[in-house]
Design a protein around this ligand. Structure first.
Ligand code: SF4
Ligand code: SF4
Length: 67
């Protein structure tokens, strides 16, 4: 169940340093989450650290990784 970043991302970089797994990387047009690396912050935090820092709320925890 990774976090996904939608096209509302303004590339502000706020989320990047929050990720303990360095899973947030620059994609073609905006930042994206490396689905192989995102663990929902398990082992580091109780909840995804990236989502609350995003100023445009474009990060979503998806419950079906195949979606
Ligand atoms: S939920 Fe945690 S591990 Fe996944 S991208 Fe966000 S900060 Fe990184
Ligand atoms: S905090 Fe939100 S808007 Fe900023 S780079 Fe991350 S996903 Fe994009």
């Amino acid at each position: 169940m990774p976090v996904v970043i939608d096209s509302d991302c303004i590339n502000c970089d706020m989320c990047v340093p929050e990720c303990p797994n360095e899973a947030i990387i620059m994609g073609a047009a905006h930042y994206v989450v490396d689905l192989e690396k995102c663990t929902e912050c398990e082992g580091f935090y109780d909840a995804p650290a990236c989502i609350p820092v995003c100023p445009v709320d474009c990060m979503t925890l998806v419950t079906d990784a195949s979606a």
